[in-house]
Design a protein around this ligand. Structure first.
Ligand code: AMP
Length: 415
């Protein structure tokens, strides 16, 4: 039997699991302040949902989805991202009719068959939000600022916000045509670029292989229609009004087809090659394309693992409240049940003056030496030893495991 987790997946425990929970809690608090409600959707969906929304010629749909058939031959896929599922749920529950300006958030596992490396996994976690029903640039700015607030809530303050506008159905076709014309004049395009030239020319803009060949690429800003231009300008004015620094990045296109107008990515230098903490943008046609009422949406998703790597490097984990581990030992076997009862009281009520503890022990049928070794192994700060003589006086021995000192303490002073 293979006892290893599948390639690209990882087990999360200890401080990393704690960090993940704290990130989720802090995000939830921020979402709630902004009026977002939580939604939990299934981990798998009809595969066609993703093909239709994310786009046939995107990396995710072309080569990264985990697709499988169930026993009835239905073609299902593990969700590679959260937006499509949320839009499906929004339409299915008729929120497009009854709740057109909904604000929703989600947290959960996503699955992509990518080449694993630091910060890139096949099963990873995202936290995301979608703001339905607003065409206003204030929704775009709110979503970007909300993402920044989540990063700063876990100590990540050195971030770079990159934004761009991809225009709308009216102006983007002109840009697209101009890109096809430009890229067709470039010789020796890589295999992916050659393949995508006609179907998805925007994706060539962020090709890592051919990037140096594209010296004078047409820029979307020249093609934006008046409405899109005003929308992009006002989004920037709003970001500036609250001191949010950003860079307009004409090469930012994002890997998913559904975006219109604003796209953004938030990066951190401390992450190395996989430097995107989170990303998002506006998708004004997606609800309609998936069968709902015409409803504009703007949203984002952050990658929890990457955020936690950056948080760790920013020192956030050093500041996490450290729980004091306390081990309960017995010098005499017959004191096992007394020590057990003490343990229960300690876990229920805490140590006098310190509620931030975790309690270990007692263990039976082990010598005191091996109990103390175990206490050291788990990193106990204190060991409380139950021994007959001391107990007769209502006392226990409290050992400080670091400086190896010990003192007799009244039980009544501990509980
Ligand atoms: P996307 O859904 O592609 O827009 O990605 C949003 C965010 O999810 C990215 O900025 C990353 O932080 C994170 N992310 C995307 N793919 C992966 C992956 N394979 N492993 C870990 N994090 C990822």
């Amino acid at each position: 039997m293979n006892c290893k987790a599948p390639r690209g997946t990882h087990d999360i425990f200890g401080i990393n699991a704690l960090g993940m929970s704290i990130l989720e809690q802090k995000s939830k608090q921020i979402f709630i302040k902004h009026g977002f409600e939580e939604v939990r959707t299934p981990i798998f969906e009809d595969a066609s949902l993703f093909t239709r929304s994310i786009g046939q010629t995107t990396d995710i749909v072309e080569k990264e989805m985990y697709v499988f058939e169930d026993r009835k031959g239905r073609k299902l896929a593990l969700r590679p991202e959260g937006t499509a599922s949320l839009v499906r749920a929004y339409i299915e529950h008729r929120f497009d009719v009854s709740y057109p300006s909904g604000k929703f958030f989600y947290t959960g596992e996503m699955f992509r068959y990518e080449r694993p490396q630091a910060g890139r996994y096949r099963q990873f976690h995202q936290i995301g939000a979608e703001f339905y029903g607003s065409l206003s640039p204030s929704a775009d700015a709110e979503i970007i600022l909300l993402a920044c607030d989540i990063f700063s809530s876990v100590g990540i303050n050195q971030i770079k916000v990159h934004i761009n506008s991809l225009g709308c159905q009216k102006c983007r076709p002109l840009f697209r045509a101009s890109l096809i014309k430009y890229f067709s004049s470039v010789s020796d395009l890589c295999r992916d670029c050659t393949r995508r030239l006609q179907t998805n020319p925007l994706r060539l803009l962020d090709c890592k292989i051919d990037v140096h060949k594209f010296t004078d690429v047409p820029k979307m800003e020249k093609f934006l229609c008046q409405d899109c231009k005003e929308h992009f300008n006002l989004t920037q004015t709003l970001l500036k009004s609250v001191g949010c620094a950003y860079t307009v990045d004409p090469k930012l296109v994002r890997g998913l087809d559904y975006y219109t107008r604003t796209v953004f990515e938030i990066r951190s230098d401390i992450l190395g090659a996989q430097d995107a903490l989170g990303a998002g943008g506006r998708y004004d046609n997606l609800v309609k394309e998936l069968g709902g009422q015409d409803t504009p949406v703007v949203g984002f998703a952050l990658g929890s693992e990457r955020v936690l790597i950056a948080a760790k490097k920013s020192g956030f984990f050093d500041n996490l409240n450290k729980v004091e581990k306390i081990f309960i030992a017995i010098a005499d076997q017959e004191l096992f049940s007394t020590a057990f009862a003490f343990c229960v009281k300690l876990t229920r009520n805490g140590l006098k003056g310190n509620n931030n503890i975790s309690v270990f022990g007692p263990v039976d049928n082990k010598s005191l030496t091996s109990q103390l070794k175990f206490a050291d192994k788990i990193g106990a700060a204190k060991t409380i030893v139950f021994a007959k003589d001391e107990l007769e006086e209502g006392k226990v021995l409290v050992k400080d495991m670091k400086d190896k000192t010990q003192s007799e303490v009244l039980i009544s002073a501990l509980l």
